[in-house]
Design a protein around this ligand. Sequence first.
Ligand code: ADP
Ligand code: MG
Length: 242
Amino acid sequence: MIKLVNVNMNFRGKQTLKDINLTVEPGEIMVIIGPSGSGKSTLLRLIIGLLKPTSGEVWVNGREITGMTEDELNKIRLGMGMVFQYSALFDSMSVGENVAFGLRQHTGMPEEEIRRTVRRKLRMVGLSGQENAMPNELSGGMKKRVSLARAIAIDPHIVLYDEPTAGLDPIMSNTIDRLIVSTRRMIGATSVVVTHDMSSAFRIADRIVMIYGGSIIESGTPEMIKQSENPIVVKFVRGAAN
Ligand code: ADP
Ligand code: MG
């Protein structure tokens, strides 16, 4: 579903990602962990085609995207949803308009069906009846859920989450975790979740990949990560659990 082959990413000569090889299977929840600045967000931006790697290949849904034009990329992006770290809602639009945005831009869906879809997606994230609220009236956790409803509005095959629980209290983090799992179940989406929250990673992941200094240093099931003998992994997992 997603495959990175020998991917390197440099910013102004500084190597941010080094020789990344990664495959995400259809329907899998892959969680990416690692300290801040290790290249996690950069990895997501490469997958959604917002960045082109300095070298290497990025495959999405059986197609190599690095050589694609912006038009072709936009078609590929229709099959992807992304929940950004800072929710990134349009503040001047209502909750309903935010969720409807992609549907209006990219589908010829009739207005009545758009409204139905928006209602259904808001119900999925536990925000029924909030269509007319404005983003600045919402709590951080609610904004995050609107952002998720917007990401899944077009029933994407792939959903990318950048630190979806950052800044949320444990109860809301738990809610978001459950939504990530139920989203995978309901729309069958392949999911890549970047987080620094180890308890969240262990709860939701089929597979965990740890990035450190731009390289993948460990990868495996949550059980395998818990038993890792790599000292950096051990320290990170313990430190984050405290
Ligand atoms: P993480 O998400 O793991 O915290 P990032 O992927 O955001 O890490 O960033 C990794 C490194 O790449 C950082 O040192 C950051 O400063 C650098 N970086 C990220 N994006 C850019 C950019 N657009 N231009 C220059 N440097 C960048
Ligand atoms: Mg980041």
